[in-house]
Ligand binder design. Structure first.
Ligand code: DX5
Ligand code: ZN
Length: 217
C-alpha cells in the first residue's frame, strides 16, 4: 500500500514555521498535520483558524486538520474557510457526529473521524460509508512526543477490515508515537496515512526520515 506521511507541525520550530513547512514539503511529505486543541477536550491549547490560514499561504500540501476540541461543529466553517483540505473531528467530542460530518462535507472539505485509544471501533460503524478518513489515536491526545500504545495495532487491523468490507476508498490514518522504527508495524496492520511529529521534526534530516518511513510501504 502506498504510504502517506503527514508531519505534525506541533513539533516544528514555530519561530521559523514557514521554513519548516518548506523543508518537509521538499522532503516528500504528503500532508501537513495541524493539531487544534482547546484546553477542554484535551489538556493543552494550540492552534486556531488564524494559524491554519497562515500555513495555507506557506505550503502547497493538503492541510490535514485534527480538531481536538469540544463541540467541533461550532468551528467547521471557520476551519474550512481557513484552507483545511481534511477536517477530522473526534467521535467523543460531538453529540451529533452524522450532522457534523455532513457540515464538513457541505463546506467542501474531506471529512475524518478520530477515535481515542479507549473508544471502541463501533463508534464509527454507522457513519463509516460517509467518511473520507478514519484517524486512530495511538496516544492519548494532547501532546507530541508520547509513546505508541501497542494495542492500537489490533484496532487498526479491525478498522482496515471494516473499510475493505465497505468497498470505499477511505484513508486509515494513525497518530501518536510514529517513528521510523515502528512505522512498519502500523503499515502492516493496515494504516496508510501516518502522522508524525517528533518522529520527523525531532530528526536532523527530514528527507532521510520521510524516505525511510515511506520505504516500509
Ligand atoms: C497528539 C497529536 C499528534 C501529535 C503527534 O495529541 O494529535 O498529532 O502531534 O506527535 P508525535 O508524533 O510526536 O507523537
Ligand atoms: Zn494529531
Amino acid at each position: 500500500m502506498a504510504i502517506k506521511i503527514s508531519p505534525s507541525i506541533l513539533s516544528a520550530d514555530f519561530t521559523k514555521l514557514g521554513d519548516e513547512l518548506k523543508a518537509v514539503e521538499a522532503a516528500g511529505a504528503d500532508y501537513i498535520h495541524i493539531d487544534v486543541m482547546d484546553g477542554r477536550f484535551v489538556p493543552n491549547i494550540t492552534i486556531g483558524p488564524f494559524v491554519v490560514e497562515a500555513v495555507k499561504r506557506a505550503s502547497k500540501l493538503p492541510l490535514d486538520v485534527h480538531l481536538m476540541i469540544g463541540a467541533p461543529e461550532r468551528f467547521v466553517t471557520e476551519f474550512a474557510k481557513a484552507g483545511s483540505n481534511i477536517i477530522t473531528v473526534h467521535a467523543e467530542a460531538t453529540r451529533h457526529l452524522h450532522g457534523t460530518i455532513q457540515a464538513i462535507k457541505k463546506a467542501g472539505v474531506r471529512a475524518g473521524v478520530s477515535l481515542n485509544p479507549a473508544t471502541p471501533i463501533s463508534a464509527i460503524e454507522e457513519i463509516l460509508p460517509e467518511l473520507d478518513l478514519v484517524l486512530v489515536m495511538s496516544v492519548n491526545p494532547g501532546f507530541s512526543g508520547q509513546s505508541f500504545i501497542a494495542s492500537s495495532l489490533k484496532k487498526i487491523e479491525r478498522i482496515r477490515k471494516m473499510i475493505t468490507a465497505s468497498g470505499k476508498a477511505i484513508e486509515l490514518e494513525v497518530d501518536g508515537g510514529i517513528k521510523v522504527s515502528n512505522i512498519k508495524d502500523a503499515a502492516d496492520a493496515g494504516a496508510d496515512v501516518f502522522v508524525s511529529g517528533s518522529g520527523v521534526f525531532g530528526t536532523g534530516d527530514y528527507k532521510k526520515t520521510i524516505t525511510a518511513m515511506k520505504a516500509v510501504g
